[in-house]
Design a protein around this ligand. Sequence first.
Ligand code: ADP
Length: 669
Amino acid sequence: MSNSASVLEDLLHTLPDLRSQIYFKPSLTALSHAMEDQVLAGRDRPLVIANFQRERYYRQEANRYLRIAARTDQVYVLAAPETDFKHQSDHYETIAFEPTDGLAQEWHLVVLGTNYASCLICRERQPSATEADIPPTLGLDQGRRFEGIWTFDRQVVCTAAQLLLDRILQYRPELATKIATVQQTFFPQTTTGFQGVDPGPFAERLVTYLQAGQYKLLKAYRSISMQEQKERLVNSIMIAVRRSLNPDDILSVAVQELGQALQASRCLIYRCKETDTQVPIQHEYRQSEVASLVGQTWNLGSNPLFQAVAAHKEQRMVEDASASQWSLPGQPEVTPPAPVQEWGIGAWLMVPVVHQNRLLGMVEVHHCGGAYRWSEASLELIEAIATQIGVALIQAEAYANLEDFNQQLEALDRTRSNLIAITGHELRTPLSTIQVCLESLASEPDMPLELQQVMLKSALSDADRMRKLIQDFLTLSQLESGRVRWHLEPLPIQECVDLALSSLRARQKGTSLPEITTQVPAELPLVNVDGEWVVEVLAKLLDNACKFTDPEGKVLIEAHPNGGQMLEVTVADTGRGIEPNRLEIVFDRFYQEEGALRRSTGGTGLGLAICRQIVLGLGGQIWAESAGKDRGSTFHLTLPISPNDEERTPTPTPTPTQPRKKQRSAKGT
Ligand code: ADP
């Protein structure tokens, strides 16, 4: 039954003089409504045939057709069914044609009365490729195009009515008698043109629709211009980002662009974290009549708006900042912070700069002079900018980290080269001695026995020095690489001191040492340390103290809490002392005052470097003090007190090393 033929084509074929025209959907709606209004307003009982293409379009007008059906019993409504539209003879005749029928592509309305006639016979044009690209938000439905005929010419109307009635009969042959009466009633009339037609309603309808179209166009222009403004801003920020990886440049461009776009009284952008209580204001846009905040310290800790934004990581706005109480979403009422009065802020908006849930900064917009509400479009714009700033800051941060990392690598490379050179030199020195001694022994078999003994002794002593050097070097490498696993346990420091002393005595057996005294009170709290490593530090410090002090001198070991959660241990001697400008570098690798070649005291020059690594690794600090040459030296180290033992910590007793900040003291960090 489906007939793919087009009624429009049939009409144009029957009346070849007709010229079809293009109509946009709103014009057809306007014309159809005007034609229907004429039926509703008139006294005539005309024939009305309406083809709605699809059931959904008919549904929008169903009530109107009930009213039309109250005026005339000759109403025929056609549509392709989508839900429950079917052939029916109720208030009016409904004809449910098949979706494949040519009628599904056409919009028809025929009104044929005794006094007037009008018709609209149109076919929908498929959108071209470019039209199909128009986003639905810009009114694709409004842009639907039809081509066809709209006329009051009775002859044309009658022909169109006949064509449509024929199509109706194909679907509903049972209506033949009813349709025959229509034809008898209306078709013999011969009135033509605008006779009996009042064009007023048509003009009014068309003007209304034209106005509505203009309004929609205006809205579309506005949205396009907002979009364009947003894209321009985002672009200029992107350009600034590409030009510079300096966060200050990025923020200063962003604040100017954004402030200008919003015509804000004042706009601020700063970097911050959730925990910040204050920030200095550096980047600002402002209107000339508003006071500048640049150089001010902005209080964040006491600002409930900042706190709310930082906590939720989403924008918040206070429309009337001067109200006696602020009510922020999900929070109890709060008193406005001081800047509202001080800086004349009427409305206050904060939008966070967030990256992966991390607060990186804040965009603030102030409206000075009364309450204000920022539009959705403005909020969207600010949020888009805040997102761009976030990306830019992360990029800048990554770049800074990379630079830092690069510098560290370069420094590491320099250190490595130095180390290889120094180590090579330090190892070669004893090796050459050993080689010379052994070669002499081998090449001169007649060498006197005493000289042979001296040679052997010298070779053995340098071999031992090499062994120590390699051992210390390996220990230091292990410590510096961070591969040491500390076995922390609560220990009395006295135990470590005793072990260090007995190791010293075992090593220096037979040599006369200076007098060594210990002053370690019994009630001291335990330290949370790795005992073996602490003994190593103390042994090295004691070794040095004895090495650089005459046997007539004195060495004193003391320990006392230093007022915090640390225990301080000092190893003081009355020996040769250290020059003030050397107090720090004595902790460097291979530092020896006499230089490796003129060494009289033995040692590897790595002892203090090892001590520093151990103490830092245990969470303490180490530094040296000395009043200068021949005035003795004091080495201090702090060690963490065991947490379970903190309450035992007695109040510190003043000792010769306190107060801590003494002249010429330097921390070996
Ligand atoms: P070394 O094996 O030479 O002792 P260290 O790293 O232990 O190496 O010490 C480095 C340098 O610091 C020593 O060579 C010495 O010049 C200086 N030094 C260390 N301890 C003392 C001290 N108690 N008195 C004077 N100088 C010291």
